[in-house]
Design a protein around this ligand. Structure first.
Ligand SMILES: [Zn+2]
Length: 405
């Protein structure tokens, strides 16, 4: 069974979907993982076929924003190029910032600041929606985008769902990002089916048979019934996403950094299937550094490899290749010196902690440019909004116009 990512509606999927095979069970599972969103929202007005840029003078139609929210020093990224070959390649083909001032030194507030473009005075224990609109809300509202156009894939943690939208009266949940946590579609109901038939790996013949068996079981469970063609097409996309997850073995990723690996894998699959306009990816595993420098280094290497996979998927896709931009930015760095556990905390106020390195890569940007002047992590939201022709009205950061070619 082969799925052509450039084919928005695989005919065999469409015929299956018409019979409503995904109607309650799987579609419900997916929807159940998405914060603040019902299945009907996701299936509303599926956008099929090639997409236009959102600004006539820009090539970018899709943006992936990767937030390294565990806290990562420049010393272990661009200061150790052999450790992050994929990030180095992105920088060579794009714009590298080596002195991005971070906004806040607690985990929650620092990443919140990246998505709001405002230095948020929030402590690590805060776990609530912020008062300010996020990048996701600006872009969705200004461009009238549907829920399936704007996503956030998180490595987990209850706090991270708060990055999807804030409480500002002019924005808020109706413009929020659709959220997937690191368990993705794998809720209990779906896991039971996977267990029953075995998780298919890449789509060789044997795996195809397993997937077919699983579909047949789902079809049987759902019964017949007519579904509008438009809805069926959207369901076909959801099914393809699920099969990509299974085929890619997302649920089987293990070990140090596996939550991050899952979030990046989900983003890759979302991009291939839904072709959303904007995906935020929130990583967190690098924070293992508090207890172990070695594990932290391993997480960084693994994140780099997963970012490489994501970018390879973009490069290998005819539609995405020349229309997708990728931004990578840590929320903050880490202390200069090891703690007594041979780990790295984040509290010494050093430049290692307060300044990070980030990358902007895409068809509209300059190539092989290094900017060593001070900029801020809160500049990314206004910049990405601008790229789309949207405006981050309340953000305090500035548009980084220097990235444009
Ligand atoms: Zn920490």
């Amino acid at each position: 069974m082969n799925f052509d990512p450039s084919d928005p509606v695989n005919p065999s999927l469409r015929s299956l979907s018409r019979r409503g095979l995904l109607r309650a069970s799987v579609a419900g599972s997916v929807a159940g993982c998405m914060a603040g969103l019902g299945a009907s929202d996701l299936f509303a007005s599926p956008r099929l076929g090639p997409r236009l840029p959102l600004r006539a003078d820009r090539k970018t139609k899709h943006v992936v924003l990767v937030m390294m929210s565990g806290g990562v020093r420049s010393r272990e990224t661009f200061g150790s190029p052999q450790q992050v070959p994929n990030l180095v390649r992105l920088a060579k083909e794009g714009v590298l910032y080596t002195r991005l001032r971070t906004a806040n030194l607690g985990h929650f507030g620092a990443s919140m600041s990246i998505v709001t473009g405002i230095s948020e005075a929030r402590g690590i224990r805060d776990n609530a929606r912020g008062p300010d609109p996020t990048l996701f809300e600006y872009v969705r509202k200004d461009l009238d985008l549907s829920p399936q156009d704007v996503w956030i894939a998180t490595a987990g943690g209850a706090q991270q769902v708060n990055y999807a939208y804030g409480l500002h009266a002019d924005y808020g949940p109706r413009y929020g990002a659709t959220t997937l946590d690191s368990d993705g579609v794998f809720n209990e109901e779906f896991k039971a089916l996977v267990r029953q038939f075995g998780a298919p790996r890449p789509f060789d013949d044997k795996s195809s048979k397993k997937v077919d068996a699983m579909r047949a079981a789902l079809r049987k469970a759902q019964g017949g019934g007519k579904v509008a063609a438009r809805e069926a097409e959207a369901k076909a996309r959801v099914e393809r996403y699920i099969l990509d997850e299974l085929g890619g073995g997302t649920s089987e990723l293990r070990g140090a950094g596996s939550s991050d690996a899952k979030a990046l894998r989900m983003a890759r699959n979302l991009l291939s299937v839904f072709r959303p306009r904007l995906i935020g990816v929130v990583l967190q595993d690098a924070d293992v550094a508090h207890g172990s420098f070695n594990s932290y280094s391993e997480v960084i290497r693994r994140n780099d490899a997963a970012i490489g996979e994501l970018v390879e998927a973009i490069r290998g896709d005819d539609e995405l290749r020349d229309s997708t931009s990728v931004f990578v930015v840590p929320e903050f760095g880490r202390d200069s010196d090891l703690n007594t556990r041979r780990g790295l905390d984040h509290g010494d106020g050093s430049d290692d902690l307060r300044f990070v390195s980030g990358v902007a890569w895409g068809p509209d940007f300059r190539r092989n440019v290094v900017i060593k002047d001070d900029r801020r992590t809160i500049d990314f939201t206004p910049t990405i909004a601008d790229l789309f022709g949207s405006k981050a009205r309340l953000a305090k950061g500035k548009v980084l116009r220097e990235i444009y070619a």
